[in-house]
Design a protein around this ligand. Structure first.
Ligand code: SAH
Length: 350
């Protein structure tokens, strides 16, 4: 349908891809492409925009999932508080610091600290972790701890944490409220804006394939990332978790996920976009496919073996030995004519 409108207007895909700025109508048109040749054209354009604005470096970010306790009850997420089947764990401060050291020793320049929304770790605990990692390892630190207080964000910024990842999940307010019984989109956005205002490099993004989500909603997700002026944006496919009310919802469509990443790259230009773990869970070729349609980041998981099976956001999450995985990644990246980023891979906007 959308395509017909463009044809009626005498516009070709080439015309749309050549525009310096895309509006919502253009984005919806691109996300709706279903002809294979046209989709390949879209992907090629995204790859060239990635090359122009981000170069050939692929940045590796080592992630530590340090606690699967969560105060929130997001309907799609296996960590949700109501999931009584999940055995919960918390890593000690020393274990977290030790794991960060392993990431640094593997030659990776960013440590991502992620958890459910777990207030067991107080402001001072997180500060101690940040300071100790910074004292021992020359790395950037990304926090992904959910919504915490503005006072905590200030303190962690002063402790020299560099980035904060807080996905908006969906730009559709009604859908957001239906998925998050205790949270509001407005609140989430206020946190993102605050994080940005105090100097954090901020990351947002969506989940693709949520029930009731439309192509227009996904276009809004991309435009919202532009409005927030995100430094990094993650577009990940929904994968059902058998331990949630969404267990029978099918996983996201691979092509729609790749088209979203590609269009996001074309619209957002100089941002970091990961080929997500969810994408490689959806298909074994996920990382490579993602890197070919605009992604420039991969996040190897360094959560210790005894915990990683318990960080079950969704089913069949890919697990691997991180050292072997990183060496395999390096080979894959080189074979694609790309390079592993040697610096910290800070925001392109600074
Ligand atoms: N508690 C933190 C981060 C932990 S979850 C926070 O609130 O930001 C990290 C990300 O996993 C979420 O932002 C969400 O986008 C993603 N996620 C959760 N459940 C998912 C599912 N079933 N499929 C795909 N992605 C999911």
């Amino acid at each position: 349908m959308k395509r017909e409108i463009y044809i009626a207007e005498g516009k070709s895909l080439y015309d749309v891809l050549s525009k310096p700025e895309l509006d919502k109508k253009d984005i919806v048109y691109l996300l709706s492409l279903n002809d294979e040749t046209e989709i390949s054209q879209l992907f090629r354009k995204a790859d060239s925009v990635r090359k122009e604005f981000c170069g050939d470096d692929v940045h590796l970010r080592g992630i530590i999932e340090f606690s699967n306790y969560c105060e929130q009850d997001c309907i799609y997420c296996g960590l949700r508080k109501s999931n009584k089947h999940l055995e919960r764990y918390r890593m000690s401060i020393d274990e977290i610091i030790e794991t960060a050291r392993k990431i640094f020793s593997a030659g990776i320049k960013t440590v991502v600290l992620q958890s459910g929304e777990d207030f067991y770790y107080c402001k001072e605990d997180i500060t101690r972790i940040i300071k100790s990692i910074k004292d021992n390892c020359d790395v950037a630190i990304t926090l992904s701890l959910g919504e915490r207080s503005f006072e905590e964000y200030n303190e962690w910024k002063s402790a020299e944490a560099d980035r904060y990842l807080l996905k908006h999940e969906t730009a559709n307010e009604k859908l957001y409220s239906a998925l998050h019984s205790h949270q509001k989109l407005e609140e989430r956005l206020a946190h993102l804006k605050y994080l940005k205002s105090i100097g954090f490099q901020a990351g947002s993004g969506n989940i693709i394939g949520l029930p009731g989500q439309t192509i227009e909603d996904i276009a809004d997700d991309i435009l919202l990332c532009e409005e927030i002026d995100c430094d990094m944006c993650s577009f990940s496919p929904f994968i059902p978790s058998p331990e949630t009310p969404m267990k029978n919802i099918p996983p996201a469509d691979l092509n729609l996920t790749l088209k979203t990443m590609a269009v996001a790259r074309i619209v957002l230009k100089n941002v970091h976009i990961p080929a997500t773990t969810a994408l490689s869970t959806l298909t074994p070729e996920g990382r490579k496919l993602g890197l070919n349609v605009g992604a420039n980041v991969i996040m190897p998981n360094f959560t210790p073996d005894e915990y990683k099976d318990k960080y079950r956001i969704y089913a069949n999450k890919k697990t691997y030995d991180p050292i072997e995985y990183v060496s395999e990644l390096r080979q894959m990246i080189h074979s694609m004519g790309r390079k592993v980023g040697e610096d910290k891979g800070h925001s392109f906007k600074k």
